[in-house]
Write a protein that binds this ligand. Structure first.
Ligand code: NCD
Length: 305
């Protein structure tokens, strides 16, 4: 593996092998000194053209827990406002000598272009509505750590699927590992073409609620037009929100996941977000271990840490 650009490029065996590696890093992160010297002397560049809280901080934390140095570029305060292009920005960062670039950009395909221009290993940290492969890996790690397996798990991904790189990526990883996935959304928030996804669809959460092991909620991506295609937030919550009443109808062992950022009171009731079923903070913590595994695999090969 030279890059991690799309979860579709990673077969089921490779996903399992990355999850096994991540389990080792979960153990490292639980030590008194949560750090290993594996990537000492290496530099990871973070190139973030879109806002991010979890993804950027956890790549930073992951790189440092492997003893790598980190160079962070965000558009705010940069020369992008002076008209500098993505290509020139990527080449400028490359001239500073990083060994790998992590790229987030609003345009689908941008990380592939950075890989071509720089020749460096690139990790896609989210490109438009297209792919977010490390989110997929941290989600399947979270499911596997909670239930002991992913095969046979019944999951629903609920909300603005059309504009969601998380849905595209996480559904792919769940299906690859043998889970069954139902997409639950207004028709206007489903992708036009679902061929190749290997999923089923439902028109309301009530149709599937009682059969689920995992309810995976998504934010409505207002910035990509997600809010413009249904009548009102109240109508949306009425059919697709995980309200307290709906959460009470879930199977006793069902869990609730969300990639963040959450919009409390829309896709998820605040009490459900804070409740014992929610794995949201475990997802964040597992994200560090998964990103350590990816950086390790791309920069240090297959030898155990
Ligand atoms: C998301 C993203 O940016 O793709 N968050 C994340 O990375 N955990 C989802 C979103 O913005 O809704």
């Amino acid at each position: 593996m030279k890059h991690l650009l799309s979860i579709d490029d990673v077969d089921a065996d490779e996903i399992r092998s990355l999850l096994d590696l991540a389990e080792g890093f979960v153990e490292v992160l639980g030590r008194d000194v949560p750090k290993v010297p594996t990537l000492r002397g290496r530099t990871i560049a973070l190139l973030f053209y879109e806002n991010s809280t979890r993804t950027r901080l956890s790549f930073d934390r992951a790189a440092k827990a492997l003893s790598a140095d980190v160079l962070t570029f965000t558009t705010g305060g940069s020369s992008v406002s002076k008209g500098e292009s993505l290509k020139d920005t990527a080449l400028t960062l490359q001239a500073m000598g990083p060994d790998l670039m992590v790229v987030r950009h609003g345009a689908a395909g941008a990380p592939w272009r950075v890989a071509e221009w720089t020749g460096l290993p690139v990790v896609n940290a989210g490109d438009g509505a297209h792919q977010h492969p490390t989110q997929a890996l941290l989600d399947v790690l979270t499911v596997r750590r909670h239930f002991g397996n992913v095969a046979g798990i019944r999951a629903a991904i609920v909300g603005d699927i059309r504009h969601s790189r998380v849905a595209r990526s996480t559904a792919g990883a769940l299906v690859a590992l043998g889970a069954s996935v139902t997409l639950v959304a207004p028709r206007t928030l489903l992708p036009v073409d679902l061929s190749g996804w290997g999923v089923s669809t439902a028109d309301s959460l009530d149709e599937v609620l009682e059969d689920l092991d995992v309810v995976y909620l998504l934010r409505i991506q207002q910035e990509r037009g997600g809010g413009d295609v249904f009548p009102s937030i109240a109508e949306y919550v009425g059919r697709f929100g995980l309200t307290r009443a709906r959460a009470a109808r879930l199977r006793p062992d069902a869990v609730v996941m969300h990639p963040g950022p959450m919009n409390r009171g829309v896709e998820i009731d605040p009490a459900v977000a804070d409740g014992s079923r929610a794995l949201v903070t475990q997802q964040v913590a597992n994200g560090i271990a998964v990103r350590m595994a990816v950086l390790f695999r791309l920069l240090a090969g297959r030898v155990a840490p």
